[in-house]
Ligand binder design. Structure first.
Ligand code: PEP
Ligand code: MN
Length: 308
């Protein structure tokens, strides 16, 4: 940690020592360097240090702010592929879609029972009432299930049927949900909220690691440029990959928004991301949500070939 000062460092250090004990302090003409501090504990003291006369600015490295994110290491030897419907609506279509996906040896099948809707008039999925049926289907499918959870109270109801808990873009900063999801020790897929910065995204990830997550997949899902038009932030994926060792995949459906564009988005991120999330169904036109962006299984197979 560096503290930039506009007074003689010695005049500031005595006051710093009153706030931080047990740290190693050194200095140059306009900088004070603090080492050997305990991560976590120091953060609450920062406002007090900022308040000391002569302190201009405090600079913390990313590793100091997010020690768990920056020390996380995972080697990936296979692309992460998650695919399936936007929402489970018709059960028959879902079962047939899941069986097709099962043949393709993917990482996880999307099994959304709970849908966050931007307007309060849309259908929100089968919800709790779909859990029993989904549990029956699970007996026939070996591929892991991934499901977005909106409410911490629901986690234990679906714990036995989902191997991966998805935190949706809207909930990236829902710290209560992040903590409860992390405590399960299930793999978490964390989506970036549109327009969130890398730091904001990774702060949420630090929450997950602090509260117990051992395996995390990050997911870039694009920014909304204007109504109905989205993008994918390729630079952000590259920057994250340069800085940390947590896998990051790209949601090429919610970023492309139109099925004709999904393949192109797959091409764009092919050599950059660690995998993809795609909305696919045996009957895209029958989906009640995001109908225009869902691709059929044949198109999905083409994308798989390209990505793998
Ligand atoms: C989803 O993946 O089902 C979803 C709702 O996406 P997002 O959270 O990115 O909007
Ligand atoms: Mn969708």
């Amino acid at each position: 940690m560096k503290i930039i000062v506009n007074k003689k460092p010695k005049e500031v250090i005595d006051n710093i020592k009153k706030i931080l004990d047990d740290v190693k302090i050194s200095f140059t003409s306009n900088k004070i360097l603090i080492n050997n501090f305990e991560y976590g504990k120091i953060y609450d003291k920062l406002p007090l240090i900022e308040n000391i006369k002569g302190v201009e600015r405090i600079i913390l490295k990313n590793e100091e702010l997010m020690p768990l994110v920056y020390s996380y290491r995972e080697r990936i030897n296979k692309k992460i592929i998650t695919a399936g419907p936007c929402v489970i609506d018709d059960w028959d279509i879902f079962i047939k879609t899941a069986k097709e996906l099962e043949k393709l040896n993917i990482t996880a099948i999307r099994t959304p029972l709970f849908k966050p809707r931007s307007l309060p008039y849309g259908w929100e999925g089968h919800g709790i009432s779909g859990i029993k049926k989904l549990a029956e289907i699970k007996k026939e499918i070996k591929t892991p299930f991934i499901m977005e959870i909106l409410d911490p109270h629901v986690i234990e109801r679906v714990y036995d049927i989902v191997e991966i808990i998805q935190i949706g873009a809207r909930n990236m900063k829902n710290y209560v949900l992040l903590k409860e999801a992390a405590k399960t020790k299930r793999t978490i897929l964390l989506k970036r909220q549109p327009h969130a910065t890398i730091r904001e995204f990774l702060y949420s990830c630090e929450y997950l690691l602090k509260y117990g997550s051992q395996k995390i997949i990050l997911c870039e899902r694009g920014d909304n440029i204007s109504d109905g038009i989205s993008s994918i932030n390729i630079k952000l994926i590259k920057d994250i990959k340069k800085q940390i060792k947590i896998p990051i995949i790209a949601d090429i459906s919610h970023s492309a928004k139109k099925r004709e564009k999904v393949f192109d988005f797959a091409k764009k991120i092919k050599n950059i991301a660690d995998g993809i999330m795609v909305e696919t169904s045996i009957c895209p036109d029958k989906s009640t949500i995001d109908t225009k962006q869902i691709i059929d299984i044949n198109e999905f197979k083409k994308i798989l070939k390209l990505i793998r």
